[in-house]
Design a protein around this ligand. Sequence first.
Ligand code: NDP
Length: 432
Amino acid sequence: MVNKKLNWSGFARKTPAERAAYLKEHKLLSDDSQQLLADEELLSLSRADQITENVIGRLALPFSIAPDFLINHQVYQVPFVTEEPSVVAAASFAAQIIKRSGGFTARIHSRQMVGQLAIYDVTDKEKAQEAILAQKSHLLSLANQAYPSIVKRGGGACDLSVEAKDDLILVYLTVDTKEAMGANIINTMTEALASPLEELSRGRTLLAVLSNYAVKSLVTAECQIKLRFLSRNKEQAQVFARKIALASQLAQADVYRASTHNKGIFNGIDAVVLATGNDWRAIEAGAHAYACKDGQYRGLSTWTYDSDENSLKGQLTLPMPIATKGGSIGLNPSVRLAHDLLGEPSAKELAQIIASVGLAQNFAALKALTSTGIQAGHMKLQAKSLALSAGAKEGEVAAVVSQLIETKPMNLEKAKAILSDLRQQNAHSSQK
Ligand code: NDP
């Protein structure tokens, strides 16, 4: 992660070994990570067995790079872990255009996590709330005593609030979890508060746990794309910008579109969340809940066409309780490699990178949808997937792909037929 200019053109056509050599040449990884790249078995079975339960194997996924994301004047080479063809190519394409337009501006609103305790069988809810609030500082210090190491790291429980909802009293504990996502930290703290809160409320604890609705960990990424990068033809560029803005409005108004709009954002976000060893279920749960914050599920990003400035403005805000420490982050070698590639960012920096990636991915999808259609860019990669599914070996894939692209519509049956013909031809010519 250095700001020197690199030439990534042709990177996609290199072999994995050539790509590794490129990273080495430009010192994009530490020596340890560079060595790891050569290791076919990054996560050993015994290490996998230590990470989780009932392990019988490992599931490997492709680990790629989406190069040259310019975010807050810093260039990042972003690790992507995804099995979906065309996601990395689309993100790289968008990153390049946005870099040439000045890059992303990203900011963190705040970075705290919230734990929630629900108390039932409270006879006087008003009195219970008063009693709890009167002991707020005592309760905060009990929470901090339950997890002293986070306090030593400069974090810890910092606020507590209470409300009555239906038959329950709900207590919210706000915690600065520093570089961790904080699930275990907060679960430990909230469980430690259960008994004191039962005494104060004269009720019983229903549950005490982290909330994944991480609205105190919001991040915003923005970009302003110059219209000339949408098309060389000025009028056509304006049409594209208008169509992207309209598609964005549709994602605000209609849930069928909003869901797909957000899926496109998560094509990028999940790939980086996964690469950096984070809990993608937590990120997804928080973001989809945030997408419904006003009662209707909406697109998380918005795009507006600014005809005065001749640009397309994109904005994405979402909860991003991402971690650089804790969970399995330090345990999985590929994950360590991803953090190294990014230059060991802090959790706040990583959240800004991920939001920018989500916005880039969203732009690429909208640009394709409103111009050539989504399938044009997918064709070659889809053909490659079909060739592989049909059983094509490394030396056969290119030939199957080129014939398959000519056939419309492409499907597995056709891929198998092409492969079979190809093998017959090869057998025939080798007999000559
Ligand atoms: P951990 O339980 O791993 O706690 C964080 C760890 O990181 C601690 O061991 C801490 O050390 C260490 N650490 C080192 N440096 C720092 C630093 N600068 N800031 C903060 N911590 C530091 O992780 P979390 O509490 O974040 O929990 C995340 C895990 O919980 C994930 O694996 C997630 O899947 C899982 N989970 C998620 C739930 C949810 O989302 N609802 C529910 C339950 C589990 P020390 O102890 O010395 O401070």
